[in-house]
Design a protein around this ligand. Structure first.
Ligand code: FE
Ligand code: FE
Length: 387
């Protein structure tokens, strides 16, 4: 029977402590292979300093390359969001019915294991291996039946005293963390600008794409989005970044906008083709995704929806949409009204601006994007139902 280890974690980033633990466990248990499984993270839980799923999987690949027993599994990442261990094991059992599973966990796991979701089922599906830091330390097995105890396997491992959180803190300060990371990972982090403050990198990007006036507007929207995020409980770093990036393609030639929208896989409708003003939002999303390495779906969505709005906007979508109307350099007759509304209710501010946009376009004989109408109807209905 094939002995398969499962080694899960956020791996943000994976470090040499992870590797040492997994290799020690694989040796001690005589595992045939180990599935290294980066966890899926719900989009709204991804802090700004978090590497994307693709990056975390790639860094795992680099860390564990060279030992043929290790395979990277994107099972949980592909599912997106949080996965429970018991569900992952159930799925693996279906995929590999002939395998015997060993869950590899860190040293303090046993203390909290009985708080894991359906921990008894986990023990039915896999033996649970827990590293112990001190040689000969007796583990506390009270709370487990004799049958369950047989499924708990201590593995003596000399710990590497480092955590991903500490490594991220070092990298954010520009310190050298190469003693704790695979050299390939060090290079990868550098190349992709991970964990360093993302803001300077994207500031350089918009500076290279926008004229001074548009740049000034983008900084204004960025600040306005940050303050709205703080007011309404969204991730302020993300809002700031989405605001900075929202108009990134605004100054690009129309042909370039159109071609990147198509490359992004979007087939423009007749209304969109006739309405070149909305292109920069779709083009911005496609550009950021395809060419700027942005894989944060929340930021991409906010950029895409900032001009037309849409039905079912997320909090971040709403924040960027409204920040675009109330940033400090904006001056139009109603701006103070919109600012006042935005400090009370994002939804009421959106109704005000969307109905203005609809009236304005109609009065000029211009087409109205259906998303703008959907946005208006959707939020109006929300507000009415809430009354
Ligand atoms: Fe715009
Ligand atoms: Fe704008």
């Amino acid at each position: 029977m094939r002995k398969t280890g499962i080694f899960g974690g956020s791996f943000n980033p994976p470090h040499l402590g992870h590797k040492k633990l997994a290799v020690t466990a694989a040796d001690a248990l005589g595992l045939d292979r180990v599935l290294v499984m980066p966890a899926g993270i719900p989009p709204h839980k991804i802090p700004a300093a978090f590497a994307g799923a693709k990056d975390r999987a790639e860094m795992c690949r680099l860390t564990f390359s060279g030992d043929p027993r290790f395979e990277i599994s994107t099972l949980e990442i592909d599912k997106g969001g949080k996965s429970y261990t018991v569900d992952t094991l159930t799925e693996l059992k279906k995929l590999y019915p002939g395998d015997e599973f060993y869950l590899i966990t860190g040293s303090d796991m046993l203390e909290t294991f009985t708080q894991w979701y359906r921990w008894e089922d986990i023990l039915d599906l896999a033996a649970v291996c827990s590293a112990i830091r001190e040689k000969g330390k007796k583990l506390d097995y009270s709370g487990f039946t004799d049958e369950q105890k047989k499924r708990l396997i201590p593995v003596e491992a000399d710990p590497v005293e480092i955590s991903s959180t500490e490594i991220r803190a070092m990298l954010a300060k520009g310190e050298d963390a190469s003693a704790f990371l695979d050299s390939g990972v060090v290079a990868y982090i550098k190349e992709n600008g991970l964990y360093a403050d993302r803001f300077p990198r994207y500031r350089r990007l918009v500076e290279s794409k926008l004229d001074p006036e548009r740049l000034n507007h983008s900084f204004g929207v960025s600040r306005a989005a940050r303050s709205l995020a703080l007011r309404y409980g969204a991730n302020a770093d993300k809002a700031e970044l989405a605001g900075l990036l929202h108009d990134v393609m605004k100054n690009a030639p129309k042909e370039e906008q159109k071609s990147i929208i198509e490359r992004g896989g979007h087939k423009m409708t007749r209304v969109e083709l006739a309405n070149t003003k909305v292109w920069h939002a779709m083009a911005g999303e496609a550009f950021l995704r395809l060419e700027a390495g942005v894989d944060d779906e929340e930021i991409l969505s906010a950029v895409k929806r900032h001009t037309t709005g849409a039905a079912g906007m997320s909090l971040l979508d709403k924040i960027v949409y409204i920040a675009d109307f109330i940033s400090e350099e904006r001056c139009y007759p109603d701006v103070e009204t919109v600012r006042a509304l935005a400090s009370e209710s994002l939804e009421r501010a959106i109704i005000y601006t969307a109905s203005y946009t609809i009236r304005d376009l109609a009065s000029k004989g211009l087409p109205i994007h259906p998303d703008t109408v959907d946005c208006y109807n959707d939020i109006l209905t929300d507000l009415t139902e809430r009354k």
